[in-house]
Design a protein around this ligand. Structure first.
Ligand SMILES: NC(=O)c1ccc[n+]([C@@H]2O[C@H](COP(=O)([O-])OP(=O)(O)OC[C@H]3O[C@@H](n4cnc5c(N)ncnc54)[C@H](O)[C@@H]3O)[C@@H](O)[C@H]2O)c1
Length: 444
């Protein structure tokens, strides 16, 4: 099938590469010239496991090509995905300027009947607005559908290739059968394609992200209770998650959620609910807990080192909002590192893949190290903000001897508190008392 993907960010690039890999003829367009130039040379502008191989191979096999000419992408395709960014506007609502600009370009370049799909996360009602914008410029038949994306950065290729479900909102039989055919190679194991009306599909994406964010904030609230009372959130998490009605996913307490989706999608859903006069109280609380959680480690540090950190070095492991990605959009590390700088600390940071992105965020205000141990010499504290695998079993003796004060504030609960105190660390984690062993799973 002839597929166009407009916007080649984390979502568009994965969608384009995976659809090409299934045999489709795919053209990806982006207005970012440097991004397209890199992609044409087989260089991936983001870190996403498995993606480079797909982009190189499918370009070589001439099933995947890149252009900065969005109009050409429209004319060369029968099915067009809009995958541009929808960042939060000043009032928290999703900023649709890129989506609507693309809709206008589609309208102006329509040369035959097309299926246009909003892949970007957009508020309920957007597909209708996109259709109206296209129809301002073209009288040709257009089938506007909503097909929200549920991939996770860090596992995006796998998620697209083997989706739990594909959600498609459409009122067109033509689009329904075309999209069923397009997605058939990805649902061979029987996972469902859920067809529904357009508005329900638009709401489904926000509801899913808001639910996941709610679970995280809920467990962060419970972790706060555990910390106050001296209980262990690891035990509580396992006790709660063993209930099949609840499950274990997204119950890990930490330094708060971040990334390009949860913060902006929760905000946008609140805005939609408020605009429509539907109570958004749950989500306001979810946001409130998350904002507090991002500052939790700074509070623990203040208690131990005071609020003036002038002349003190603080080491940071992990900047990406989660492992296996270099994405730092709304990462809790930004709040934490800025808090350290405000307190006058000398900040040394490590991340396995996000240092280049971090340079764009912090400039020369922090010191960057390629090796995680190199942030430690003379440090009065080590803060762990992302649960990268390589931080899970480090050389503790090497850490202790390098640091000026063996103080670890672990925002990801990576280590056993009892072992850490035996090893001579002052160890602070989230919702677990110092010196208490980690929970032993019932199965062990
Ligand atoms: N990142 C995720 O994990 C994820 C997951 C599911 C859904 N989404 C949603 O998908 C959408 C895209 O997210 P992303 O993370 O890929 O964003 P991104 O910022 O990484 O990429 C967006 C791309 O669109 C391009 N663009 C902007 N305006 C354009 C225009 N007029 N014409 C052509 N290209 C244009 C930008 O240059 C950029 O390369 C958002 O709505 C997001 O909420 C993201």
């Amino acid at each position: 099938m002839r597929v166009g993907v407009i916007g080649t960010g984390y979502v568009g690039l994965v969608v384009g590469a995976c659809l090409a890999d299934a045999g489709n003829d795919v053209i990806c367009a982006d207005v970012d010239e440097s991004k397209i130039a890199k992609l044409k040379q087989g260089k991936i502008p983001i870190y996403e496991p498995g993606l480079e191989d797909l982009v190189v191979r499918n370009q070589q096999d001439e099933r995947l090509r890149f252009t900065t000419d969005v109009g050409e992408c429209v004319r060369a395709s029968d099915i067009i995905f809009i995958a541009v960014g929808t960042p939060p506007g000043e009032d928290g609502s999703a900023d649709l300027q890129h989506v609507l600009q693309v809709a206008e370009t589609i309208g102006r370049n329509m040369d035959s009947e097309k299926i246009v799909i909003t892949k970007s996360t957009v508020p309920v009602g957007t597909a209708a607005t996109v259709r109206a914008e296209i129809e301002k410029h073209s009288g040709l038949p257009v089938h506007v559908c909503s097909n929200p994306e549920f991939l996770k950065e860090g596992a995006a290729v796998d998620d697209f290739m083997k989706p739990d479900r594909v959600v498609i909102g459409t009122d067109s039989d033509y689009a329904r059968s075309s999209l069923a055919e397009l997605y058939a190679p990805f649902v061979r194991t029987g996972n469902p394609i859920l067809f529904m009306d357009v508005q329900s599909a638009e709401i489904t994406k926000y509801a899913a992200n808001a639910m996941l964010a709610t679970r995280i904030s809920f467990m962060n609230m419970i972790a706060g209770l555990c910390a106050t009372i001296g209980a262990n959130v690891d035990h509580v998490r396992k006790g709660v998650g063993s209930d099949p009605r609840i499950g274990n996913s997204f119950l890990f307490p930490g330094v708060g959620y971040g990334g390009s989706c949860f913060p902006k999608d929760v905000k946008a859903l609140i805005r939609t609910l408020d605009d429509l006069g539907v109570d958004s109280g749950i989500l306001a609380a979810v946001e409130g807990v998350n904002e507090r959680q991002k500052r939790l480690l700074l509070g623990h540090l203040d208690e131990r080192l005071g609020t003036d950190l002038s002349g003190l070095t603080v080491a940071v492991w992990g900047l990406a909002f989660k492992p296996e990605t270099d994405d730092m959009r709304e990462a809790p590390s930004i709040t934490v590192v800025n808090g350290l700088l405000e307190r006058g600390a000398i900040v040394r940071v490590h991340d396995p893949v996000a240092l280049e992105v971090a340079r764009g965020v912090f400039g020369d205000r922090v010191q960057y190290e390629d090796v995680n141990y190199d942030v430690l010499p003379d440090a009065s504290a080590l803060l762990i903000l992302t649960d990268w695998k390589q931080y899970r079993s480090p050389g503790f003796e090497r850490i202790r001897t390098a640091m000026k004060r063996p103080l670890i504030l672990d925002g990801r609960n990576l280590y056993d508190p009892q072992r850490m105190s035996q090893l001579g660390f002052e160890y602070v984690s989230i919702g677990r008392p110092a010196g208490m062993p980690v929970a032993v799973a019932a199965s062990q």
